[in-house]
Design a binder for this molecule. Structure first.
Ligand code: HEC
Length: 690
């Protein structure tokens, strides 16, 4: 306000105007739910930090998490306390302005830490009415007292008599819906049947369960979803229940209190390969769908399937954002999702009606969507199990967008998507799947599908982006090119800013209008978890967990090293204007670079068999091509491999408490020798000359 205008209006108005510029006028603001509030837009309506002053943003405190396993969680901030969940589901309560640790709760899940596709990660806790809810990797849902961290109740959400029980994990954040707390699960890569269960928040007593795929015909489910399951069962064939069928709901669960609906993002098929899962027949409801159920009873209301007859790990579990958008002159209650399959969807959230959908990244498996129904128009090559040829396609099983949440700013009207172009060859596995191994029905080594040239071309085309997307026009407004794919979740703020971390070890602030980079912070490790913002006593804070994890650093191999070494000390980092703290210096440890053998093993047949076995059992943790991106040991340089200890580790389970499973029930010692030959060959190829 100019002083001339101030004089004209009188001193009182001037004083008010000045006061409104003063930071003490920033109202307190919490981050009370996973997506901030029920709309789940991840838009913090706080404007103290804005495009004009964000360069003054600095660290006010950091809090060491004492692990280098992955960090994916959205912190919750209520009542001046940050509630975090770190690797292995360790929950911490931390003072949100000082960083003081108030309490810690460890659910002891290390014995189960070899389960799941993507390391012992968690995407968050829920906090409500004096309780903190956390899902544990081993399938438990635990309620803690928010003051003390003491357990109040605990339930095992997975039926332990289910022959597939060991394959389930929980990595998602519980959601509080009225007086219920909801949780799903993961595990469709290993053999699982997805479901979401609602428990009474005060007692832990079960209220309802919604299965996402039908069970074995004739066996009653005793679930509210029975009638929906009748409808779903008509879209399945074969003996899918032996593999579980999949459809695990491992991330998005959102709630519209006005409509009384809960929206469940449903995962991929188990196994991926539709031929193997369902005799190549039927759409397989509710795989890769958004399903709306009644919040009180769990009864089915509507569904929209993004990828019928799913065959590529194209989950629709990615975060769901609710918004009221003006479309064709009408205000519509919509929900938005950018699932793995590469299309951005806008649906009517009252009815599930398809409003629009367009590819937000390179999509080669489909040529578009039917404009009326939203059903994908598939490319003829996509169904690899039918053509008998590998289908080299975009997106890969990692998706055009994965779990790192996108955000929506009602100010700009744009959705900010952490997206990527990564392709892969899909080829049918040529042998029967093993339940409990990586049961995808797809050859994880690509079935030898790629020549070296194709591989180099693939790597060169891999890109990561932050995309600003107009959901009404269904078009990109701007795009930032990242150093590498698989970057961090997003926060949008009323200060006209977008915050997102990246695999190049930074947290970055961008101008929400045009993507210009305005500020960045060297976090010493990748930042893939989504930042949050809150305000206490007139100060706006930005908080984020740093640390690399999830599937990409484990499986990606050389591809996941594009941004350099991204594994480092994991922390809670909290920023405000004029923060002056610094992190202690950190130098990433050098990995040993010596071959473990002096000559390539001679038995080529053994190497070839070992390659297949490695792809099935070891690749998901030790990396494509036996190249580790740093999260787990690089076996090319492991002295254990040629030694006696190899068998003790791989068959004897010597390192099981650290997340290295025992394969005693899956591998013979002859097969182990084949794997050894393959690893030794890879070691010699890559490291002998150096
Ligand atoms: C679920 C993830 C996972 C899978 C699958 C897995 N590993 Fe591991 N592996 C680990 C982790 C984590 C460690 C490190 C354990 C530790 O820190 O003590 C490890 C360590 C090892 C080591 C010891 C390395 C060293 O130098 O200390 C060997 C050898 C090994 N794994 C071989 C294998 C083989 C062979 C397979 C496949 C048959 C396999 N692993 C599958 C996670 C896995």
């Amino acid at each position: 306000m100019t002083s001339a205008l101030g004089k004209a209006l009188g001193g009182l108005v001037l004083a008010l105007a000045l006061a409104s510029c003063d930071s003490s006028q920033t109202a307190d603001a919490e981050w009370s739910m996973h997506g901030l509030d029920e709309m789940a837009q991840r838009f913090a309506d706080i404007e103290q930090i804005d495009t004009s002053n964000v360069e003054r943003l600095g660290l006010v405190f950091s809090h060491d998490l004492g692990t280098d396993r992955g960090q994916e969680a959205t912190p919750i901030m209520v009542g001046g306390v940050l509630y975090l969940v770190s690797a292995y589901d360790v929950v911490q309560a931390v003072d949100a302005t000082s960083g003081e640790l108030l309490w810690e709760y460890d659910p002891q899940v290390r014995a189960a830490s070899a389960r799941g596709c993507c390391g012992p990660v968690s995407r968050g806790v829920a906090v409500d009415d004096g309780k903190v809810f956390v899902g544990a990797l081993d399938g438990r849902l635990i309620a803690l007292d928010a003051q003390s961290g003491t357990p109040v109740w605990e339930v095992q959400t997975i039926d332990q008599s289910d022959p597939l029980a060991e394959n389930y994990t929980i990595t998602g954040a519980p959601r509080v819906v009225g007086d219920l707390v909801l949780i799903g699960n993961g595990g469709a890569e290993f053999g699982a049947r997805g479901f979401v269960t609602a428990y009474h928040a005060d007692s832990g007593e079960q209220a309802w369960r919604f299965y996402t795929v039908p069970g074995e015909p004739g066996v009653p489910d005793n679930a509210a979803s029975d009638s929906a399951m009748d409808m779903a069962a008509d879209t399945w064939a074969g003996e899918w229940w032996k593999y579980g069928g999949g459809g695990t709901a491992w991330d998005a669960i959102e709630y519209d209190p006005e409509l009384g609906l809960v929206y469940i993002g449903v995962g991929n098929g188990s196994p991926w390969n539709h031929q193997m899962r369902s005799d190549g027949k039927g759409d397989n409801l509710f795989l890769s769908s958004i399903v709306a159920v009644d919040a009180k009873t769990g009864e089915y209301r509507w569904h929209f399937q993004t990828t019928p007859a799913e065959s590529w790990d194209y989950t629709a579990t990615q975060n769901i954002i609710l918004a009221d958008l003006e479309i064709d002159g009408k205000l519509r209650k919509v929900l938005m999702q950018a699932p793995k399959n590469g299309f951005f969807y806008v649906l009517d959230r009252e009815t599930g009606e398809f409003i629009s959908g367009k590819p937000f990244v390179n999509v080669t498996w489909a040529t578009g969507l039917d404009p009326k129904t939203g059903r994908p128009i598939e490319a003829p090559s996509a169904r690899y199990y039918r053509t008998g040829e590998p289908s080299f396609q975009f997106p890969s099983s990692g998706g055009g967008h994965n779990w790192p949440p996108m955000a929506f700013s009602p100010d700009t009207g744009l959705v900010y998507i952490p997206a990527q172009d990564v392709g892969m060859p899909y080829a049918a596995a040529d042998e029967e799947q093993v339940i409990g191994a990586y049961t995808s029905g797809v050859a994880m080594d690509g079935g030898g599908a790629m020549t070296k040239e194709q591989r180099d071309e693939l790597y060169a085309r891999m890109k990561g982006y932050l995309i600003a997307w107009d959901p009404v026009k269904q078009e990109q407004v701007w795009r930032v090119n990242q150093v590498a794919p698989f970057n961090g979740g997003v926060l949008a703020t009323a200060g006209g800013l977008v915050f997102a971390g990246n695999t190049a070890r930074e947290l970055v602030a961008y101008d929400a209008a045009n993507g210009e980079e305005l500020w960045s912070f060297d976090a010493q490790t990748a930042v893939i978890a989504p930042p949050i913002s809150y305000a206490i006593d007139g100060v706006q804070y930005i908080a984020v967990l740093s640390g690399w994890g999830g599937g990409w650093p484990l499986t990606g191999g050389v591809m996941a090293l594009q941004a350099g070494k991204s594994v480092g000390p994991n922390r809670l980092l909290v920023f405000a204007l004029d923060g002056e703290q610094t992190l202690p210096a950190f130098t990433p440890p050098e990995a040993p670079r010596r071959a473990i053998v002096s000559a390539r093993p001679e038995d080529e047949a053994a190497i070839a068999r070992g390659n297949k076995l490695y792809a099935r059992y070891c690749l998901r943790c030790h990396g494509t091509g036996v190249v580790s991106a740093g999260a787990y040991p690089d076996l090319r340089a492991s002295g254990v491999v040629p030694s006696e200890a190899f068998s003790a580790v791989v068959l004897g389970g010597a390192l099981a408490p650290n997340g290295m499973p025992s394969f005693a029930d899956k591998l013979t010692s002859g097969q182990l020798n084949d794997i050894r030959s393959f690893i030794e060959a890879r070691s010699f190829e890559d490291l002998a000359q150096e």
